[in-house]
Design a binder for this molecule. Structure first.
Ligand SMILES: [Zn+2]
Length: 245
């Protein structure tokens, strides 16, 4: 029996049989790991409560024939305590986990940077000091950079001319100059570009000084950019599967 340890965040849990669960973990060294946790749905389970979404845990696994099996769990951070029970924080934290899950299609492919971003976002949400919507948008922008499709903000997405620019086009890749602007590009407020830049670079004092209209507009652009790329990624998956065969 081969054992290994890793630290990770529980992204998702599914029922397995009467008393067991399948845990999906984003781990520091092994990327996404799916593993069986036996007996965790019994009230007598030693580690059931430690294997809930948002938990940051240190886990020992043994390598199974089809699924690895959890043998020990220690809590590193109980982020759920500061998140569950506060609806805006809870929904932001769920979006962090779901995005991380969707950006890591391959199990066992290392995703250290994404893991660190997820831990940072959950820590900020559980700490309750920052606006959860800003924490989520900052996470999404950085997670998109991890995936290789962060929106251009300071320069034109098509020709690279330095900004500030006045238009934003999701299909082109973000900010666009007057010459590259396609028909139907959005015309966000100048402060919305400053907001996106502040969120990408962790300038919290600038981000937190922005009014609600700017926060809403930048959130809308972040969500639209994420959605567009996730849909394309999903559509390209069957092709990837076929090529591997
Ligand atoms: Zn241009």
């Amino acid at each position: 029996m081969s054992l290994y340890r890793d630290t990770g965040v529980v992204l998702r849990v599914q029922k397995l049989g009467e008393a067991d669960r399948i845990i999906t973990l984003l781990s520091r060294q092994h990327g996404k790991v799916r593993a069986a946790a036996k007996g965790v749905r019994r009230t007598s389970s030693r580690f059931g409560a430690r294997l809930e979404p948002f938990c940051h845990v240190d886990v020992q696994f043994y390598t199974g024939r089809t699924l690895d099996v959890v043998t020990q769990v220690e809590t590193v951070d109980a982020f759920g305590t500061g998140i569950v029970g506060d609806y805006p924080r809870y929904t932001s934290a769920c979006a962090v986990l779901e995005t991380a899950d969707r950006l890591t299609a391959e199990e066992g492919e290392p995703a250290l940077r994404l893991y660190l971003l997820v831990v940072g976002a959950l820590r900020a949400l559980a700490g309750r000091e920052r606006d959860p919507a800003l924490v989520l948008d900052a996470f999404l922008l950085r997670a998109m950079a991890f995936a290789g499709w962060a929106p251009a903000v300071a320069e034109c997405a098509r020709c690279g001319t330095p900004g500030p620019h006045r238009s934003f086009s999701v299909p082109v890749g973000g900010a666009v100059c007057g010459g590259c602007r396609p028909a139907g590009a959005a015309k966000p407020a100048p402060d919305t570009f400053r907001m996106l830049d502040a969120l990408q670079h962790g300038d919290w004092s600038l981000a937190e000084s922005m009014p609600n209209t700017i926060r809403r507009e930048s959130s809308g652009l972040v969500a639209a950019h994420l959605q567009w790329h996730l849909e394309r990624q999903l559509r390209s998956l069957p092709l990837v599967e076929r090529q591997r065969v």
